[in-house]
Ligand binder design. Structure first.
Ligand SMILES: Nc1ncnc2c1ncn2[C@@H]1O[C@H](COP(=O)(O)OP(=O)(O)OP(=O)(O)O)[C@@H](O)[C@H]1O
Length: 276
């Protein structure tokens, strides 16, 4: 279990994350929503320790992550894989090598730089690519792939870190609706099949509702909502998004979903209809 206890992070006068306490049971698929600047990215970066909190504790299975350093911190980062909006692939390297870079937390920088990977690592990378339907592209340069394919390579790279949880920071914000669906489906399949905890910042409500079991709403650094998609009432949406509420209800993802994806439950709950 992952627990955030009274986490606060300030940048100068700006309190990006303000006294946030949350706990995440293993295997949850969680969406974090909120308007720009609400503190979503900072929260994920604090969990992964790309940023360090000003106060509070982050505890994963009894280990206080906020105090880790050196090898322990590298191991934590490996176990807590991160996916970014801009994919963060090395464009001139082939897809397979990009996936193998996920082993850096275990192998260190030099073996990765000189591509000294074991047969087992190569096999794991190929399997991860196959799982994401990208094995035929394994030897292509990363920059020859579409955005959606590149994001799925980033997911394969995350998988071969053997993560205990995956943090995804706006993974579909740069993608067209079709590719956004493929990426969210891939994440949800990993969540369901591997019982992987996935915490995902999302900029639109429809993606959060369609793919997440639990939604956390942030506003001005605070958690203002924590519940199921069905509990997101119009009043809550207004509280999370304020004046941006209308633009957050973007249905480009789900409006054409039937073509390649049939959701297990209604995307828009009946009680939500009035909110939209
Ligand atoms: N490195 C930084 N230096 C200074 N201020 C920062 C830094 N990172 C974030 N902030 C500020 O902290 C607040 C929260 O930012 P954060 O990126 O976490 O929000 P967000 O909800 O992820 O927004 P977006 O959806 O636009 O990415 C914002 O006011 C932002 O300007």
């Amino acid at each position: 279990m992952l627990e955030l206890r009274k986490i606060t992070k300030a940048f100068g006068e700006t309190i990006a994350v303000n006294n946030v306490s949350l706990s995440f049971e293993p295997g949850q698929m969680v969406g974090i929503i909120g308007r720009s600047g609400a503190g979503k990215s900072t929260l994920l970066r604090l969990i992964n320790r790309l940023a360090t909190s000003g106060s509070g504790d982050i505890v994963f299975e009894g280990t206080n992550v906020t105090t880790l350093s050196g090898k322990d911190l590298r191991e934590w980062r490996a176990r807590c894989a991160m996916i970014f909006q801009q994919f963060n692939l090395v464009s001139r390297l082939d897809v397979l090598t990009n996936v193998l870079i996920g082993r850096i937390g275990y192998l260190g920088t030099m073996p990765v730089m000189f591509k000294h990977f074991s047969a087992a690592d190569r096999a794991a990378a190929a399997l991860a690519l196959d799982r994401l339907d990208l094995l035929p592209q394994a030897l292509q340069r990363a920059d020859t792939l579409s955005g959606g394919q590149q994001q799925r390579v980033a997911i394969a790279r995350a998988l071969i870190q053997n993560p205990r949880l995956i943090l995804a920071d706006e993974p579909i914000a740069s993608l067209d609706p079709r590719n956004a669906r493929l990426v969210m489906e891939a994440l949800r399949d990993i969540n369901r099949q591997d019982k992987m905890t996935i915490i995902c910042n999302l900029h639109t409500l429809d993606a959060a509702r369609a793919y997440c079991d639990r939604i956390i709403g942030m506003a001005q650094g605070h958690v203002v909502f924590d519940g199921s998609p069905a509990q997101l009432t119009s009043r809550v949406i207004q509280e999370i998004y304020g004046g941006d509420a209308e633009s957050a209800v973007d249905e480009s993802l789900t409006s054409t979903m039937g073509a390649i994806y049939a959701p297990a439950k209604p995307v828009v709950q009946p009680e939500m209809a009035g909110a939209i």
